[in-house]
Design a protein around this ligand. Sequence first.
Ligand SMILES: Nc1nc2c(c(=O)[nH]1)N[C@H]1C(S)=C(S)[C@@H](COP(=O)(O)OP(=O)(O)OC[C@H]3O[C@@H](n4cnc5c(=O)[nH]c(N)nc54)[C@H](O)[C@@H]3O)O[C@H]1N2
Ligand SMILES: Nc1nc2c(c(=O)[nH]1)N[C@H]1C(S)=C(S)[C@@H](COP(=O)(O)OP(=O)(O)OC[C@H]3O[C@@H](n4cnc5c(=O)[nH]c(N)nc54)[C@H](O)[C@@H]3O)O[C@H]1N2
Ligand SMILES: [Mo]
Length: 752
Amino acid sequence: MAEERIVHTMGLGNCGGKCLINVHMKDGRIERLSTETAADCPGRVPLTACMKGLRYHETFLSEDRLKWPMKRVGRRGEGKFVRISWEEAMEEIARQWTRIRDTYGPGSRYISIGSGICGTLSDFMLLMRLMSLDGGYLAAYNSYSTACTRKVTPLMYGTNATGNDPADWLNSRFIILWGHNPLETKFGAETMYYLREAKKKGIPIVSVDPRLTDTAKALGAEWVPVRPATDSALMDAMAWVIYTEGLQDQAFLDRCCLGFDKAHMPAGVPAEECVLSWLMGEKDGQPKTPEWAEGICGVPAETIRSLARRYATAGPAALIEGYGPQRNANGEQVVRGGILLACMTGNVGISGGWAAGTGDCKTHSFPYLLPDRPNPYPYQIPSYRWTEAVERGHEMGVLEGVRMADGSFPPEGARACDIKMIVNLAGGCMLNQHGDVNRTARLLADESKVEFILCGDIFLTPTAKFADILLPGVSMFETENLTPPWSYGNFIGYCNRIMEPLYECRDNYDWIAELAERLGFGEAFTEGRTAEGWLRHLYGGLRERYPELPDFDALREAGVYHYKENPFIIAFEQEAKDPEAHPFPTPSGKIELFSPFVWENQDKFPGFFPPIPRYLRPPEGPEDPLAEKYPLQLVGWHTKRRTHSTHETNAALRAAEPQCLWMHPMDAAARGLADGDEALVWNDRGRTRLPVKLTERVMPGVTAMSQGAWYTPDEDGTDLAGSINVLTSLNCTPFAHGNTQHTNLVEAGKIK
Ligand SMILES: Nc1nc2c(c(=O)[nH]1)N[C@H]1C(S)=C(S)[C@@H](COP(=O)(O)OP(=O)(O)OC[C@H]3O[C@@H](n4cnc5c(=O)[nH]c(N)nc54)[C@H](O)[C@@H]3O)O[C@H]1N2
Ligand SMILES: Nc1nc2c(c(=O)[nH]1)N[C@H]1C(S)=C(S)[C@@H](COP(=O)(O)OP(=O)(O)OC[C@H]3O[C@@H](n4cnc5c(=O)[nH]c(N)nc54)[C@H](O)[C@@H]3O)O[C@H]1N2
Ligand SMILES: [Mo]
């Protein structure tokens, strides 16, 4: 009998659960996968895989894999391809690459965001590296994950590093999970580990979410249902209660914050622009009482009072937001509101508190192979506006979010460029993961607009169907890479090659290096290194920085290294105590509850964006007149059985959690829908069908379906898969220009 051999490895996808996978091999074949458990690593948080991780081999080594390069025949998007050789593919790519640059300028070339490969060698950065060498490209800023929070957290605190060490949650007396579901929607292993420990310790936990999440259930958390996109009304009312009942930490506000009250406003700004004037309704005559908020957000006034009092008086308390609430219309405001509440209660800079905002708490850097020179093309667009740049890039300026590489506003009159070529590797944001996919599909199908589309993936996804040339990539089992932790975690992972590339599949680095060679930049691109050469080189640099790291081969063998020297971080500890000696990294040195930057630059934003945290009526929210036609709100979430659109092809995972529409029994009754009925869900942008799940785990007036199902339109254009992005819009948030994919109005009914 052949000996079993175990290879330790870590996946490359953009799942928040960066887990350790043990690949059990026999006779050169994968027998099964296992993972790390608490028993394997006493004294530290185990990197335990979930049901997805234990089925990576089923997903990634399936027969459905793309096997060789192909070129489109038939209409674009139809999905008809013929096999070609790598030689033919490379020739055509090189030809289009330079033709489009020379005809339309380098800014007509766009690299679509994709997160299928997250590691030191990320295809996205490899493309940036090559395009920087041969003239440039239209760069995108903002992820689809954190566009709003990464813009407004630094606006207020000067940094995104607002998180304490997650182990410090055990020092809290009260935890609010605000739109945060880390049991299902993984945020690294530590998040759920410490929340479970907090529960064991008896720390009360509340979940503010339109859905009763798996996390809230597992933690026995109190559920406060809130209407999507209206959280900032709830937050305003909590702030009103805290202030009118005298529960605020006035000393903290006075010491550390700009703009809470009239006495702490920047010079030259009318004092009534401060936060407190808004809360008291000095200008609009409407105090932001719990009764006022109840009508907007659906949370009973008494619940709002109780939540505010408990948060303000518990002792150190942590209001921790997921990213879901900010993937909404006016998603900036829910982040700013969380920060306001943390400041009002003095929960910033203390153990057991939590400053809110993005909550990064990274103690070690991670090496990426980056472009080694700046992009020669000067302008960047917000990633969620790329479809707009296909239609009218040459008209897009500062109001559409066009900016310079350093984030500054562009010169007056600056305009971007129409996108004429898209390269989309290991990503779905060119279609399936973008908003309004019907419209996006129509746009991509028009060959007079985008003239050339290059895709690389391991499957013929709905997005990859729109390729002109489609390249077969390799999976995590056929490549090597260094892998970073996701959110928290003091480790560095290694993705090990278990087997040679299947079929004619090729590593992105290899063919991009070959393309660089064809374009005349081979040496500048590779600097004489293979992919492994780069990993060794960049890891060597990291070891110089952190001498405790093992050598490359030892890391590879172990699949992961856990740092031993980990500073225990309490964000803003010094700043909060003594902001004079240790100013916050903002222009004023204070936490900018009122933003002078926003006040001074109103003309640079497309709509009204206030300088303070406060409720703003969201387009397509429950107060929109459109709600008469489409009375149900629809919210998405990141399901346990997929990583975005990845794993949709895995039958066992599909069966574990079939795609469905969550609906409250009252809403279902009004529509004659019974549990399990096939429902049609529609709005002006599209239609999708899927079974209904009647459940009181979603609040009345709100429906939910998980994001990531594969867009599968029938002949009439009705999606048959429950793909939420047929219903989502291309609306952007007013300041960050972020995606608003959780803010949708729809109607639903029975399929006749
Ligand atoms: N299993 C799994 N884990 C993942 C991923 C995955 O695809 N699958 N993706 C990873 C990635 S890339 C990311 S960016 C993160 C995403 O992490 P998040 O963005 O935090 O995840 P979501 O599921 O979109 O939203 C979290 C919760 O917010 C709620 N929510 C939505 N809108 C609102 C609102 O207006 N108000 C309130 N209070 N709550 C709201 C949702 O119901 C959900 O329960 O997850 C990571 N982890
Ligand atoms: N409605 C709605 N839309 C959303 C979101 C939402 O909450 N709601 N969330 C947004 C967020 S947070 C994100 S991060 C984006 C994510 O969006 P994407 O990053 O686009 O995620 P996927 O669609 O899974 O695309 C990854 C692709 O990589 C391929 N792939 C996986 N592994 C490998 C590999 O090893 N090699 C190669 N070559 N290919 C591989 C997969 O087949 C898949 O097609 O979606 C966004 N879209
Ligand atoms: Mo994301």
